[in-house]
Write a protein that binds this ligand. Structure first.
Ligand SMILES: Cc1cc2nc3c(=O)[nH]c(=O)nc-3n(C[C@H](O)[C@H](O)[C@H](O)COP(=O)(O)OP(=O)(O)OC[C@H]3O[C@@H](n4cnc5c(N)ncnc54)[C@H](O)[C@@H]3O)c2cc1C
Length: 257
């Protein structure tokens, strides 16, 4: 593959570079030493999700301002369709934008929500779920984390033990998740839970959207070898998805409320 920019790509690169130079808030100084991923060099070294809830008001405000600036152009979620708050960029433009942000050492916004949950809802969610969640991801208002792994259920999700039982218009979730990257900064988590214990072990699994402030959810730190805390262990023992929260059936046919 020829990675050299075409004329159109070079023009887009210049536009992205100028935009970042002119619009990245001067007041926003990302925290290079904040708690973030295990690979700071690989992921810009900054963590917008942490800055967004920083105890430093200037950093907090800067992170929120940066999200608002990017959202003006749909560049929080550049590859999403414009009707959902994205910019409808193709893969190469998206790549160039990310590359220019990396070059300028400015943080991207809302990675897990933008890159993991958003495309899942676009493909499998209901119109109601898309309307509720996508604009708030694309504006940087709400940040997400992924709760798939459990103690004893990592690569092989067939071992998943977290249960969710339907009670009226909500699910009661019981179980524990682990290695929830950035879980300490997330407003919502998308979790895999077992809803049909009688089904074969690779089936009967449901994808639930769970608000982190739901009563019964506790979040505990796991320290890495450096004594830092990039991930969180979370568990839920009482009501899971609150009334009115949607769920997406991972295995396919339709959705449940
Ligand atoms: C930095 C970091 C961030 C992470 N962030 C998240 C996150 O945000 N959300 C989240 O949900 N998880 C996250 N994880 C967890 C990650 O997805 C798990 O580590 C992964 O699922 C592997 O699980 P495990 O560590 O329990 O290893 P195991 O599942 O125990 O696997 C150990 C080894 O056994 C092999 N193995 C496992 N099962 C089988 C099988 N049935 N047949 C054959 N071989 C098998 C594996 O391939 C592997 O080589 C993160 C992990 C790290 C290190």
């Amino acid at each position: 593959m020829d990675w050299h920019d075409t004329a159109e790509e070079a023009a887009f690169r210049a536009e992205a570079r100028a935009f970042i130079r002119d619009r990245f808030p001067a007041s926003y100084v990302p925290d290079p030493d904040g708690e973030h991923s295990l690979e700071p060099e690989d992921v810009w070294g900054y963590n917008w999700m942490a800055d967004r809830v920083s105890e430093d008001p200037a950093r907090r405000e800067g992170a929120r301002r940066w999200a608002a600036v990017l959202a003006e152009r749909g560049w929080v979620a550049p590859h999403w369709p414009p009707e959902h708050g994205g910019a409808g960029l193709g893969a190469m433009e998206d790549f160039i934008l990310q590359e220019e942000m990396m070059r300028a050492r400015v943080p991207p916004v809302n990675g897990i929500g933008v890159n993991l949950l958003g495309p899942t809802l676009l493909e499998h969610g209901t119109d109601e779920q898309r309307a509720e969640h996508l604009p708030r991801i694309a504006s940087g208002e709400i940040a997400w984390a992924q709760g798939f792994s459990e103690p004893g259920a990592g690569s092989d999700l067939a071992s998943l033990r977290t249960r969710a039982v339907r009670e009226g218009d909500h699910y009661v979730v019981n179980g524990q998740k682990v290695w929830t990257s950035l879980g300490q900064y997330a407003d919502w988590l998308f979790v895999l839970v077992r809803t049909d214990p009688e089904a074969p072990k690779h089936r009967g699994i449901t994808f639930l959207l769970l608000e982190a402030t739901t009563p019964g959810v506790t979040i505990r730190p796991i320290e890495d070898i450096r004594g830092r805390r990039p991930s969180r262990r979370s568990s839920s023992t009482t009501p899971g998805s609150p009334s009115g929260t949607g769920s997406v059936r991972r295995t396919g046919v339709g959705t449940r409320r």
